[in-house]
Structures are given as C-alpha cells and as structure tokens.
Design a protein around this ligand. Structure first.
Ligand code: FAD
Length: 412
C-alpha cells in the first residue's frame, strides 16, 4: 500500500496550518512535503506593532525548521512551474516533484518596483514601510523623530495583505505624537487609491468618525506612483491628474499581487492571476486534486492570517473527503478579521464574512474602540499563531475547537 503524496507549496501561515492538520489525520498513510525557500518564518501581523514601537522585530521571526510538523518533510526550494496536467511541480533547483494532491499556499508578491523611486529611498528620507522586515523598525524611528510637518500614509490600488494595516500604523503614530505634544504641528493624511476607509461599511463609518475627531485628512482616489526621496515629494495619480505632495514622513503600502509562476500557470484565474478555487470548498475549479488557501488564492475575502484559521480545516476536510471518494461537505463562509489599532491601547476588531457582512465574536459592538481587543492583538493572537494556528490547533473565534467535521482517512 502506498502513502498518499501531498505536496504543499509554501510554508507560511496557510502551508504550515494545513500541513499540521493533514499530518495528524494521515499519519503514516501520508507522505507530506512542504516546499519553502525561506529558512525564516515571519509572524507578519506583528509588524504593525513593531512599526508602532510596541515590539522588537526579532519577536516576529522564528526558524522554519522549528515549525515543520513532525513527520512532514521540508524541501528548501521554490516552485517555479506548476504542471497540473502531469501532477507535478518544477523547482528552482531543476528537480521535478510529483504528487497525488497539491496545496498551493505561497502568499502574495509585493511589487516594490511598481512605485518609481521607492526601492532607492526606502528606509531613508522619512520613507518607510511596515510591509518589509527590513524597513519595519525604521517606521518607529521616523515616527519618534518627527516633530512637525506632513505625514502621509498610503494604500495602493491592488489587493493587499490585511486591508487595515495601512491605517493601523497611522493611528499608532497619531497617538504617539499626541502623547509627545507635537500632534498639532503635524498634518496627518491617509492617501488611498480606494473610495472609503474600509471595505465594510460598519467599520468604515466608525473610522470616518475617528478621522474627524482626530483631525486626519483622508484623500480618496489617490494612488502613489512615485517617490522622490531627495526632495521628499510623493506623486499620486488622482482623478484630476498627477498630484505632487511634499512630505516629511511617508509610510508606503506597496502594490501586491500574484506571483509570476502562479499567474502564468494553468492554475490561475484569468481575471485576477490568483489560484482559482471554489470559494466554499477551496478545491481548484478544474484540477480536482489541487487545493489552495490564503493570500495566493482567489478566495474573494480580505487576505489575513485570521482567514486561514477558518480556511485550513475546510481545505483539510475536503481533501480527505475527495481522497475517500466522498462529497466535499465542508464550506468556508469567507470569515476574516482585522484588528484595526486605533491607538497604542485600543482596537476596532473588524470581523466579517463574504459580502462584507460583519460577523462578530465578542458580546459588544466591535466597531467601538476596545482595550480588550487590543489585549487580544498584543497577547493572545501572537501566542495563538505560534502555538495554535501553525500546529493546526487554533480555529480563530472557535478557539481550540474545530467547527468542521473532518473525516478519517479511509485505508487503501
Ligand atoms: P505567507 O504567510 O506570506 O506565506 C507564504 C510562504 O510561501 C512564504 O513563507 C514564502 O516564502 C513562500 N513562498 C513564496 N513563493 C514560493 C514559491 N514559489 N515556492 C514555495 N514557497 C514559496 N493578518 C491577520 O490576520 N491579522 C493582522 O492583523 C494582520 N496584519 C498584517 C500586517 C502586515 C504589515 C502584514 C504584512 C500582514 C498582515 N496580516 C495580518 C496578513 C497575514 O500575515 C497574511 O494574510 C498571512 O501571512 C497569509 O498567509 P499565507 O500562508 O497565505 O502567506
């Protein structure tokens, strides 16, 4: 009897959570391999708090080798080509790996190059981004050193990781400048390519209120296209044409999208370039033995680690059902969550499902700023991530109880 060969491309949040749950279910009946090029794994949601000066960046990183589930193999390499018609993937090293099942979880690609001048000036001239481990600590340096002038926080025209993160750091900075007594000397602007503060109306309305109360200027339909570091100028595309704005500090959320190898593969959704899956079962729309979750998939919800807490058990249940020859019964409802830090001790905890419909877990109105939710963001979520999600034992608002009924693997 042959073990089922499962290849997982990507050992990030989605890849590790899925591997842990599959490993436990398949045990010796599975031959599970993670393909992941990086020796380091990052808890990216912490970068907001690192940029805000509340944690050190070292707190967000661990060695990948310590996170690979026992019994699962790790190939330190990248997938460069998906060949689903042959049930195989090609790796950068030239090696071809075949599979019975493939799970694609390679995350989002950040297109730093798409903003002219950004790479050259990132980390200098007041220009920073929480979206990179290399620049995240610069954010706090620039916040601390700014005593007056113009601070701009941007949001691009593409999908991004965690839709709230571009403004979370703005509110943390606003709070810092208030305690330092310099806030009245600083003009704070949120320049977004979008048309509202947040995708879900309930939270967007609350954030509109905060903008008024805290004298933050939102500028909608402002898409950053160029940064001129030496003259401290940012160029935005607007409905009225290009607009050049002087800044003293600029926090950039860069454009993001699917990786080249996914976009050019038969797995891609032609409209978005992400892996095309059924939004409820997470099975590929064409290749039955391919599944995907997390940021690299075309699942139409906000891309977060919180979403993965609900996606992974659905994917695992459906992969096993498929293997057993049973119908795919588990369904993902689009659950995602975004703890929007509105100061250094308060959070608006957005939680919602498909259709941008709020689905809150706490017994009060979560569009109100809450100390308790900040406690979750600072203390519970990091522990739940490292010791729960990556081990396949954390199910978001269901805590340690898997709400999905996962079938046992039928013996061959
Ligand atoms: P990732 O965790 O990014 O993992 C992808 C993995 O695939 C990486 O390890 C990468 O090395 C690997 N890989 C890439 N290409 C290949 C390849 N070709 N072959 C093999 N492997 C490959 N989420 C929340 O829930 N709450 C938050 O508050 C929050 N805040 C955030 C703040 C910031 C600043 C950022 C950057 C993210 C935030 N997120 C938040 C989002 C969260 O981090 C991501 O949604 C989550 O990590 C997605 O998991 P993933 O497995 O899809 O991708």
């Amino acid at each position: 009897k042959q073990a089922t060969k499962i290849v997982i491309a990507g050992g990030g949040a989605g890849g590790l959570a899925t591997a842990s749950q599959l490993q436990r279910k398949f045990d010796k009946d599975g031959d599970i391999l993670i393909i992941e090029p990086s020796e380091k794994h990052y808890y990216q949601p912490l970068w907001t708090l690192v940029g805000g000066g509340l944690f050190k960046k070292e707190d967000s990183v661990r060695d990948e080798t310590t996170l690979i589930p026992e019994g699962t193999k790790w190939e330190k390499d990248s997938v460069i080509k998906y060949i689903p018609d042959e049930n195989s993937v090609l790796l950068k090293s030239g090696k071809k790996v075949s599979y019975d099942y493939l799970v694609v979880a390679t995350g989002l690609t950040i297109y730093w190059d798409k903003i002219k001048g950004l790479k050259e000036t990132l980390g200098k001239n007041g220009v920073t981004s929480n979206y990179s481990f290399d620049s995240v600590e610069k954010t706090y340096d620039f916040i601390k050193n700014l005593k007056q002038g113009v601070a701009i926080f941007t949001f691009p025209s593409t999908v991004i990781k965690c839709g709230g993160a571009p403004q979370k750091i703005m509110w943390l900075a606003d709070d810092y400048w208030r305690t330092e007594g310099v806030r009245n000397n600083i003009s704070v602007q949120f320049n977004t390519a979008g048309v509202s503060m947040f995708a879900v109306k309930k939270y967007s309305d609350a954030l509109d209120g905060l903008c008024k109360d805290r004298n933050v200027q939102p500028n909608f339909k402002h898409n950053l296209v160029e940064v001129r570091g030496d003259t401290k100028e940012a160029v935005f595309e607007t409905a009225e044409g290009p607009k050049v704005v002087k800044f003293d500090m600029l926090h950039v959320t860069p454009p993001m999208g699917p990786s080249d190898e996914i976009k050019s593969s038969p797995l891609a959704d032609p409209a978005t370039g992400f892996v095309s899956v059924n939004k409820e079962t997470l099975q590929h729309v064409k290749y039955e033995n391919v599944f995907s979750l997390g940021d690299c998939s075309n699942i139409p919800t906000s891309k977060t680690a919180a979403a993965i807490t609900k996606q992974a058990p659905v994917l695992v249940a459906n992969l096993i059902s498929h293997k057993n020859g049973q119908p795919l019964a588990a369904k993902y409802d689009g659950y995602t969550s975004c703890p929007i830090t509105t100061s250094r001790n308060k959070v608006i905890l957005a939680e919602f499902v498909y259709g941008n419909i709020p689905k809150e877990s706490l017994p009060w109105d979560q569009s109100k700023e809450s100390y308790f939710a900040m406690g979750l963001k600072k203390y519970l979520f990091p522990t739940a991530y490292w010791s729960g999600l990556l081990n396949g034992r954390w199910f978001g608002p269901n805590l340690f109880f898997n709400p999905v009924s996962v079938p046992d693997v039928k013996k061959n």
